[in-house]
Unconditional design. Sequence first.
Length: 314
Amino acid sequence: MKNAKNSKKWVGVLSGKGGVGKTSLAASLASLANEDHSLNVAVLDCDVDAPNLAIIMPPRTENEVKTKEVFATMKAEFLEMKCTHCKQCIEAHFCEFNALTWNEEKEIPEIDYLACEGCSACKVLCPEHAFELHVVKSGEIISYISKAKGIPLVYGKTKLGSTTSGKLVSDLKNFVKEMESIKNCDLLLVDGPPGIGCPVIATVSGLDYVITITEPTPSGLHDLLRAIEVVQQFNIPFGIVINKHDIQSSFQQRFQDFIKETGHVVIGGIPFDLSVPEAMSFSIPVVDYAPNSPASRAIREIYTKLKVILWNSS
Ligand code: SF4
Ligand code: SF4
């Protein structure tokens, strides 16, 4: 039986933008931690608008997949029986989000469900109280035991048109805190959403450590700076992983200068390696698909350094 390091850690894997290897790194680190007999590990995908950790770590069996619905989004409902067809809602432009249009035939307003932000303006402004606000389904929380060595995986999925991705991330994090399989884990690897918006802020809050993954390109550096800005707001220690660190580009020197000047911790670099997309196409973490590939060897070194950072152990 695996035994803990006494100190449980929630570690986020973040990037300023998508497509830089965040999910692939999270899956591989989870697999390596699972092989490590001193650790229990689980994974949490907080990229609720585009969760794809489940693609690399699908369920062991579909029968074990559990789904919980989350209701957190407000949407307007139109009550036709109360409407006096005065058209004020359109002419006075009640809706800043252009979710109200006029039905000429019926002489009533219609609500564009996807555009409605649930701001309540129509409810407050209509003289006949012909609008109500309701809480509707905003997404789902899905949990299962993955095929990847039986590692527990939990992720959130936003419903189309939901305006509350950040809230879903908070609900997701609260949900996993109550799960037996997560309560007892030593390491929870959190695959974060890209960007710097509400879902990222909800993800970063309360983490013990953050890995920011980037590429040595102009857009990579630009997005890395944004990700670091968010993490520093929370005073959370972080380290950088440079994906495709060996690509030849005129920007390499500038990127390396930035790292040297800022003194940020670099946990490691992953070389360009076709094993990574190949492994993804087979839905397997690259460290399991091609354990001796250059990328897998680099990720193993990153995992070893991460353990030293988290627990001062090797
Ligand atoms: S919904 Fe209200 S404001 Fe709009 S037409 Fe009907 S009564 Fe007038
Ligand atoms: S709740 Fe706000 S966003 Fe939705 S239809 Fe009414 S005014 Fe527009």
